[in-house]
Design a protein around this ligand. Structure first.
Ligand code: GLC
Length: 627
């Protein structure tokens, strides 16, 4: 296909996979229905005309950046017309462990590997098939282990390599699998590669990172911003050079254009796979290919673009020119020979880009975590707002219908970087149980692989932090300082932090054998406040629904069919030659007249089980029928 230019039309742009993703996101942020592209008046508009019309909202450079992105992707997926292939990771229920706050076996205030091993029976009993461990490698913990100092060593807070080997062995003995976190967009500045690179500009390691020489050190090489506030560049006077970090000041971006670096990463991955690890979750893996270092063209202050892409500069690396090549190479060299599983964390990518990364014919990744379902349009994580599940229905129905049988979805609502979804949906404590049941029921009956985040199954909600003294996370602390600098009062800034802080997901789990907080040693990196009570009925709900999913491959592989998606309703069907399930959900806190009436009810929100009438769906009620 010829390259698109400003003379091309909106319709032509929409026909390209990447152009469609970008326009869909833009429409979403602008609150415009996607169908607008079908209107000939819109589809025949020249991009140059749109550029002129949108002068107040969109940078001129925006169009250049988009055209470049679209023109760099020449691949188009052929239709996938085989039956879905069966894979263990499609059938598995995953459980994410954030080791620091999972279970503290040696009572030093920090969770540990022995703690995880001691809870394997709990996970097995829940119905978990595979565990994803957030990073457990040696790290100075600027970003709780997402800043790795040594990729082949265990963090002493968490234990030893023997503890890890025991955990892996016992996990396998119990018939479960274990995947690790692979953080290779960046390393810690304390990694020996970075130390060598800094000390000697002629060292081979120098080119493993993004260094830019500059005698003066006054202006950073470009205007890129860091996701954790401020410029994405550190100046090192001793080396008279800048180095790039798109996350914290101690998380230095690796240069994947260097073949030796890629080889080092691949060898390290193979080393863990040789040990028997079953695969990896790959941290911000879509950021690894950086297109040189031009200025970012999308200022953060612009709401439309802010909502569309996020941070200044990100358009130059969120879907970089060599992304597919590097992923394919890593897959060939390390994953494929070990038949290992991969799930990429891919913030900012739309459906088509994700398809190109995960379609099984392409040999890149097995699955991705795409994040567009986590906030409703026009909102970012730090907004204090209520999440409308009608948006989730539309989002998920679109993906279930259009992602394609060559690709497979991950199903999740939160993780260690996000507040708990139940709290985003409602702040009424009386409603949490019903919302959590509804979320669990959708997660176990939609088509894709469920990832439970630790504590979801205990019914945990956001934590009621009282002040910044209780917040330890680098992202929140930096953002708070930035907000104060920008003129917010302490109260205003704290309210913003409270809405979005990652800390909600990181407090120590309140196991029943909980240690009273006064008996715990306080750690400065794991908030160990008054535990919330475990809601055992939610744990029971998870067990029941996981078992239902496992007993019925129909719930795993059968196509998804949307039966009703009108306001506050979500009714869908999963049916194949073996069985037929219909799931009816009330997505709101107001009662709704039920549409399905059948004696074949197999699950109903337990809270409402004693209701004799089935005529009305109660607040957030879910019912599963086997028809
Ligand atoms: C990912 C991780 C997050 C981390 C960041 C930088 O988004 O999930 O916790 O801070 O990458 O590694």
């Amino acid at each position: 296909m010829n390259d698109l230019t400003l003379k091309s039309t909106v319709g032509e742009l929409y026909k390209t996979p990447v152009g469609k993703d970008v326009l869909d996101k833009l429409f979403l942020q602008l609150g415009v229905k996607k169908g607008i592209v079908k209107n000939p008046l819109v589809s025949n508009l020249k991009l140059d005309t749109v550029r002129k019309l949108a002068k107040n909202k969109l940078d001129d450079d925006f169009f250049e950046a988009i055209l470049k992105l679209v023109n760099s992707e020449k691949d188009v997926l052929e239709k996938y017309d085989k039956p879905v292939t069966k894979e263990w990771w499609k059938e598995a229920v995953f459980y994410q462990i954030y080791p620091r706050s999972f279970y503290d076996a040696n009572k030093d205030g920090v969770g540990d590997l022995k703690g995880i091993t001691s809870k394997l029976d709990y996970l097995k009993d829940l119905g978990v098939d595979a565990i994803w461990l957030s990073p457990i490698y040696d790290s100075p913990n600027d970003d709780n282990g997402y800043d790795i100092r040594d990729y082949r060593k265990i963090m002493t807070d968490f234990g030893t390599m023997e503890d890890f080997d025991e955990l892996l062995q016992k996990t396998h003995e119990k018939g479960m699998r274990l995947i690790m976190d692979l953080v290779v967009n960046h390393s810690s500045d304390e990694h020996e590669w970075f130390q060598k690179a800094l000390a000697d500009e002629n060292s081979p390691e120098r080119d493993y990172y993004w260094f830019v020489k500059d005698e003066e050190g006054k202006n950073p090489p470009n205007n890129w911003l860091s996701f954790f506030s401020g410029s994405a560049w550190n100046y090192y006077p001793e080396a008279k050079a800048w180095a790039l970090h798109i996350f914290s000041k101690k998380q230095m971006d690796l240069n994947w254009d260097n073949p030796d670096l890629r080889k080092k990463v691949s060898d390290m991955v193979s080393w863990w796979l040789d040990k028997g690890v079953d695969g990896f979750r790959m941290d911000v893996i879509n950021y690894i290919s950086k297109e040189a270092l031009p200025d970012g063209t999308l200022p953060r202050g612009n709401d439309v673009i802010g909502g569309l892409i996020g941070f200044t500069g990100v358009e130059h690396y969120f879907y970089g020119p060599n992304l597919h090549k590097y992923l394919h190479e890593l897959s060939e060299n390390a994953f494929a020979p070990h038949k290992a599983f991969s799930v990429g964390e891919t913030p900012g990518l739309g459906m088509n880009m994700c398809r190109l990364m995960t379609d099984e014919r392409r040999g890149e990744l097995n699955m991705v975590f795409s994040f567009d379902q986590l906030e409703t349009p026009g909102h970012v994580r730090f907004d204090d707002y209520k999440y409308d599940l009608n948006y989730y229905r539309d989002y998920i129905s679109d993906w279930m219908t259009n992602y394609g049988d060559g690709c497979w979805m991950s199903l999740f609502y939160d993780n260690h970087d996000n507040p708990r979804m139940a709290s985003k949906v409602t702040d009424n404590p009386d409603m949490h149980e019903a919302v959590q049941t509804l979320l669990a029921a959708m997660q176990m009956t939609l088509r894709g692989t469920p990832f439970i985040f630790q504590g979801d199954e205990m019914g945990l909600v956001n934590y009621d932090f009282k002040s910044m003294d209780e917040i330890t996370d680098v992202e929140s602390i930096n953002l708070y300082d930035e907000l104060i600098q920008k003129g917010k009062t302490a109260d205003e800034a704290f309210k913003i932090i409270l809405a979005g802080t990652r800390e909600h997901a990181r407090i120590l789990l309140p196991w029943n054998d909980k240690i009273p907080p006064e008996d715990r040693m306080q750690s400065d990196k794991t908030p160990t406040f008054l535990p919330q009570d475990i809601r055992e009925n939610i744990t029971e709900v998870y067990k029941k629904l996981i078992a239902l999913r496992k007993e019925n491959p129909t719930l795993i592989y059968a196509p998804f069919e949307l039966l009703c998606g009108s306001k506050n309703r979500f009714i869908y069907k999963r049916a194949d030659e073996n069985a037929s399930f219909t799931i009816e959900c009330n997505l709101s806190d107001a009662p709704l007249r039920a549409k399905i009436s059948s004696p074949d009810l197999i699950f109903r929100t337990p809270k409402y089980e004693s209701d004799s009438s089935m005529k009305m769906l109660n607040a957030y009620e879910v019912r599963i029928y086997r028809l």
